[in-house]
Design a protein around this ligand. Structure first.
Ligand SMILES: [Zn+2]
Length: 364
């Protein structure tokens, strides 16, 4: 697929997109789209890997206009009604969702959504319970590791060993993934303590992260919504769902921690907003991060449904607690975007995988 992907994105998708092929083929009735936010105008990305999940502001607007022209965007309330009572959805129905609760969801996405008269289901963490502005903990960990001076000596903090800090950014990213899993195993308080001590222990200045919360452009990119902003998001007609209290890799946690992350987020959101919270999106949402245990915990916590972040278009609901979504990334141009949301990209991938495995069987 690595060889095929550039050909698809640069040649095949633009040609098929220009002929209207994606929205004219028969596709399953519903696609749920996952956004993670937008890159605010004027923000200069310094790290494509870090910003890959955020789409440029202009691209977001073009994508919504394409959806309005050729698809039917349903509201979260219409989706819930369909999930509960069944019935027919409009052809090529789309549900918009957005994870993480960044400030730019309110400051940039909501005005565009309102202009286009569309509604979105926003999944937020319990960070709105904090009194001070914050950044997602695993994003802070990433920024910290990328900025730490090279180090050859291991360091042990809160029982977690950081072996060395290489000059190679690729190796730093591998270390980030390892620490992301390890830190998901502990509670949010311990994680916070680790991050504070790691910054000092690895030789960063105490003020190293101030700019992410002080600079207006960086704040709009990195800062999480606090309670007054979360209320504005709901008042703007958007629907709020849960994304756990602290965005851990749930599969790495004990059952007690995972249960609290899932159930307490619903309760805290419900109490703070005075609304019934009926949906959860599991953090990261891939098969390595979430599974049968979490689907059951979400059901027990009283949610009506739960979303993963893989899969794609669907017509029947095999499990209300493992609903698939199509993940949108920064590099998707409009034809690739349509190839993904129409299920075409997923179908090509499945055919390619089947071909490769039958080739392997023939070789054996
Ligand atoms: Zn998330």
């Amino acid at each position: 697929m690595r060889v095929l992907s550039p050909i698809l994105h640069r040649v095949i998708y633009p040609v098929l997109g220009s002929t209207g092929y994606f929205h004219s083929r028969r596709i399953a009735p519903l696609t749920v789209i996952t956004y993670h936010g937008v890159l605010p105008a004027g923000y200069k990305s310094e790290d494509a890997f870090l910003d890959n999940t955020l789409v440029p502001e202009g691209a977001f607007r073009s994508q919504l206009r394409l959806l309005k022209k050729h698809y039917n965007v349903i509201s979260p309330d219409e989706f819930l009604l369909w999930l509960r009572k069944g019935g027919d959805l409009p052809e090529r129905a789309i549900l918009l969702t957005c994870d993480d609760g960044l400030l730019n969801h309110l400051s940039v996405m909501v005005p565009i959504l309102r202009e286009e008269k569309l509604k979105c289901l926003f999944f937020v963490t319990g960070s709105f319970l904090e009194n001070t502005p914050t950044v997602l903990w695993y994003v802070e960990l990433y920024l910290l590791l990328m900025q730490a001076p090279i180090r050859n000596e291991p360091i042990c903090l809160h029982g977690i060993v950081i072996p060395e800090i290489s000059a190679d950014p690729g190796k730093r990213r591998v270390l980030w993934l390892t620490l992301l899993k390890k830190l998901s195993q502990v509670d949010a308080e311990t994680r916070r303590g680790f991050l504070q001590d790691a910054a000092a222990g690895l030789g960063l200045r105490p003020s190293w992260k101030v700019r992410y919360l002080d600079d207006p452009l960086l704040r709009n990119r990195f800062q999480l919504l606090r309670l007054p902003e979360l209320k504005q998001l709901a008042e703007a007609g958007m629907v709020i769902g849960a994304h756990t209290l602290s965005h851990p890799v749930l599969a790495e946690q004990s059952s007690d921690l995972a249960r609290a992350e899932i159930a307490d987020c619903r309760m805290a959101l419900g109490q703070s907003l005075g609304q019934r919270v009926w949906a959860i999106a599991y953090p990261f949402g891939d098969p390595a991060s979430v599974g049968a245990r979490e689907f059951k915990l979400a059901e027990e916590a009283g949610y009506a449904c739960g979303f993963v972040n893989v899969g794609g278009v669907f017509d029947t609901v095999s499990s209300k607690f493992r609903l698939p979504r199509v993940h949108i990334t920064a590099e998707m141009l409009l034809p690739a975007y349509e190839a993904h949301i129409s299920g075409f990209h997923e179908a090509v991938q499945a055919k390619f995988r089947a071909l490769v495995s039958s080739d392997r069987r023939t070789d054996e």
